[in-house]
Design a protein around this ligand. Structure first.
Ligand SMILES: Cc1ncc(C[n+]2csc(CCOP(=O)(O)OP(=O)(O)O)c2C)c(N)n1
Ligand SMILES: [Mg+2]
Length: 375
């Protein structure tokens, strides 16, 4: 019996806008001027925010913070391809995705300032809190996509994960399920080349992360993750497939984490400045700017105005963050259980008593009312 080929696969890579701003005319997506400017504006705004947030941490005004510097396109563009009722599940490096969905940046600051009132998404959005254990959200996203399919309203579920997270078993389970049930799920792998200090080359033996899709009956594509136009086209196509019932997608956006893993890390201990410098030349914001300028949609005047307005907007968000009243510590017991277990009821009563005693002695400031539900 001759040996037959039972499967043959290929994985493509999409690049539209080169680092020098030149474009592949045949692949250029048909985006309105408003949409292009919205993408660019949001990328610049989130960078201004990201740099300020980093400095706030260094000044002791913010807790540990994960920068998205260099990943503005891969953060902002996928989220902008969704409707509010589509599910969005970012990772901890997800301030850009939330911002693109309309979340005020003061809430990102609150969250990274250690205050759970930062988990506040715009009303009407199907946005989810990210999980700190990497990968635990991947099967949940398959569940969200399954629910969306059963509800037949055409909604999709889109999530982000890192290159490191793509090595976790969770992705295998999630994609097996999503592929088998042809779910409207989109898995965006933000390959930023590093999982803390572990480089991409040590992460998986495959040439790409996108090709993993073949194992699950999903559509896989590698995309230049610093090319906003390529990302837009890829995610737009993945969303269209999902809405049409054609099943899940795995998009590997190849980008680079220009900053440290978080403010608790020092990336200079495990990677070279030359490597970082090479990626700075592929900056996603500069590239889109060159394209907009070539199309006469942008100039230095507008750039200066945008930077000024972005700085003012971020200042306003920092002021709002720092003038939030201190949280009521009893909030920590809210919203966790349908029926609270006896030990939590006891602990809550104990803390409530302690707060009263301290208030009587004027040792704590006036606290706002408890937010959330405690059963
Ligand atoms: C289950 C689990 N194991 C380990 C960690 C510690 N940890 C936090 S981030 C990280 C690396 C993640 O890298 P990657 O998926 O590439 O995402 P990136 O930080 O680059 O965005 C690790 C190992 C964790 N949060 N959860
Ligand atoms: Mg990574």
């Amino acid at each position: 019996m001759p040996v037959k080929t039972v499967f043959e696969g290929k994985t493509e890579r999409l690049e539209i806008l080169a680092a020098d701003g030149t474009i592949d005319k045949q692949l250029e997506p048909k985006l309105s001027q408003e949409k292009l400017l919205e993408i660019y504006t949001k990328m610049v705004e989130i960078r201004v925010f990201d740099e300020r947030a980093y400095r706030l941490q260094r000044q002791g005004r913010l807790g540990t913070y994960p920068q998205i510097l260099g990943q503005e396109a891969s953060q902002i563009v996928p989220a902008l391809c969704l409707k509010p009722k589509d599910w969005l599940v970012p990772t901890y490096r997800g301030q850009g995705a939330y911002f693109a969905r309309g979340m005020q940046l003061r809430y990102s600051l609150l969250y990274w300032g250690g205050d759970d009132r930062g988990v506040r998404f715009p009303d009407g959005n199907n946005d989810m809190i990210f999980s700190i254990p990497v990968g635990s959200h991947l099967t949940q996203v398959a569940g969200l996509a399954w629910a969306a399919k059963l509800q037949k309203q055409g909604h999709v579920a889109l999530t982000y994960l890192g290159d490191g997270t793509s090595s976790k078993g969770d992705l295998h389970e999630a994609l097996t399920f999503a592929g088998q049930f042809k779910l409207p799920a989109i898995y965006i792998i933000e390959n930023n080349h590093w999982a803390i200090s572990v480089p991409r080359e040590k992460q998986a033996a495959t040439a790409t992360l996108a090709q993993k899709a073949h194992g699950y009956g999903a559509w896989g594509l590698q995309v230049d993750g610093n090319d906003a136009l390529a990302i837009y086209k890829a995610v737009f196509d993945a969303v269209a497939r999902a809405r049409a019932g054609d099943g899940p997608s795995v998009l590997e956006l190849e980008t680079y984490r220009l900053g440290h893993h978080t403010t608790a890390d020092d990336a200079s201990r495990y990677r070279s400045e030359a490597e970082v410098e090479a990626w700075r030349r592929r900056d996603p914001i500069l590239r889109l700017k060159k394209y907009l300028e070539a199309r006469k949609l942008w100039d230095e005047d507008r750039e200066m105005r945008l930077k000024k307005e972005a700085g003012e907007m971020v200042n306003g968000e920092i002021e709002a963050y720092e003038s939030f009243p201190p949280p009521n510590p009893l909030n920590m017991f809210a919203n966790n259980y349908a029926t609270a277990p006896w030990n939590l009821i006891e602990q809550r009563a104990e803390l409530e008593e302690l707060v009263k005693v301290k208030q009587a002695k004027k040792e704590v400031v006036e606290l706002p009312p408890v937010e959330g539900r405690f059963p």
